[in-house]
Design a protein around this ligand. Structure first.
Ligand code: FES
Length: 385
């Protein structure tokens, strides 16, 4: 049985304040507690949230309930229990004041428990990604070329928001993407899938990364909280299924489409895995881009896209983007689609970009490019001294 540990003087945590402390018990166990002063009474619970370890001393306390600052789980600071019947709880500890000194008994009065489980679609993607990464490492270690024994897979992501229901019209960017996928399938023996973002229910990024990099988890906590969020389908297709991702966007006031940015912000959880957890999710994959319409700014949109997708861990082949626009004075936007679809040079450029991406994908996969990098200690940020 551990003896109560001295924590701090009563003056160190004023009424309404909270602080975290690391205690070492007489048995040598290390304990992280959040200490709260509620109107002169001291309460101690575990500092780490049962969900993903968020710092509970930094949460807002209302009516004795602390809200985790990372994703909003709630606990009573009095007994560590959930305010909801049958919810998750954290350890709570008895406190004592002796001569203006606060002591915490390290033997928990209530033992915290994780009882809730994420919904099935969420855990399915989590498992699929874990298995995929395990397989990628195993392939690399044993040099079993399982990844080469199938057709190359090309995922097309159409980011136009053209409304199919109210006033259907052909989209230049999506038609060009369809050329690309058709070419990959018929000329390069690829398997292809087109995903249209406008047909998916993708929730907005809520900026958990801004609270703390570790609060931006993968799969994204928004998908965990909302089982209707279909960003999970993009994670699955992009990380597990595809070898090549071709993103197509129209130009909207000099930038990519709003749907493109909506998706990109939700991909922060993929990019963040490397700097924060040394976990490289994107392995041996190639990205390419199709940018059409508008009157200007292909290079600007391409620059932004190449910057983001390479930070995700994708590799670019030769001619990684192909663009089509008619210039500043082309106000006859009703002719954009017809002029593009008859433009042989553009089709040729699309085919060239796709062929280069497939060739690069072949090189990467045969050489286990990413697995080779991961074998080098200097590649992992945690190993940089
Ligand atoms: S709610 Fe606390 S870490 Fe997610």
């Amino acid at each position: 049985m551990d003896m109560p540990c001295y924590v701090c003087s009563t003056r160190e945590v004023r009424p309404g304040e909270s602080k975290s402390f690391v205690l070492t018990t007489t048995a040598g166990n290390v304990l992280e507690v959040a200490l709260y002063n509620l109107d002169g009474k001291f309460y101690a619970i575990s500092q780490r949230c049962q969900h993903k370890g968020g710092p509970l001393n930094k949460g807002i306390v209302q009516d004795n309930i602390v809200t985790c600052p990372w994703h909003g789980w709630k606990y009573s600071v009095v007994d560590g229990k959930s305010p909801h019947e049958g919810g998750d709880s954290v350890n709570s500890y008895e406190t004592a004041i002796v001569d203006d000194k606060v002591y915490v008994d390290p033997n928990p009065v209530h033992k915290g428990k994780r009882v809730s489980k994420p919904h099935k679609k969420y855990t399915d993607v989590e498992d699929a990604v874990t298995n995929y990464l395990r397989q990628a490492s195993a392939d690399s270690a044993s040099r079993i070329p399982s990844i080469e024994l199938r057709k190359v897979r090309v995922l097309g992501i159409s980011t136009t928001n053209a409304n199919d229901k109210v006033a259907p019209r052909p989209s230049t960017s999506e038609t060009a993407l369809q050329y690309a996928l058709d070419h990959a399938r018929t000329q390069l023996a690829a398997e292809t899938v087109m995903v249209r973002l406008r047909q998916l229910n993708i929730k907005d990024c809520e900026g958990y990364y801004s609270k703390n990099p570790k609060a931006c988890i993968f799969p994204c906590s928004i998908s965990e909280m909302d089982k209707d969020d279909q960003m999970i389908e993009i994670y699955d297709r992009m990380i597990v299924w595809a070898d090549i991702v071709v993103v197509a966007s129209p130009i909207r006031w000099g930038s990519a489409s709003s749907l493109y940015y909506k998706m990109v912000q939700r991909l922060n959880s993929v990019q963040n895995q490397m700097p924060t957890y040394d976990n490289m999710l994107i392995r041996d994959k190639v990205a390419a881009f199709i940018i059409t319409g508008g009157q200007d700014n292909i290079q600007h949109v391409a620059g932004e896209m190449m910057s983001f997708w390479t930070q995700l861990g994708f590799v670019l082949a030769k001619f990684p983007f192909v663009g089509w626009s008619r210039g500043w004075y082309a106000e006859d936007t009703e002719n954009n689609y017809d002029t593009m679809k008859d433009e042989a040079r553009f089709r040729k450029d699309v085919a060239r970009t796709v062929r280069a991406a497939v060739t690069m994908s072949d090189l990467l996969r045969r050489n286990r490019y990413d697995e080779g990098l991961l074998e080098k200690p200097e590649f992992r940020s945690s190993e940089v001294t």
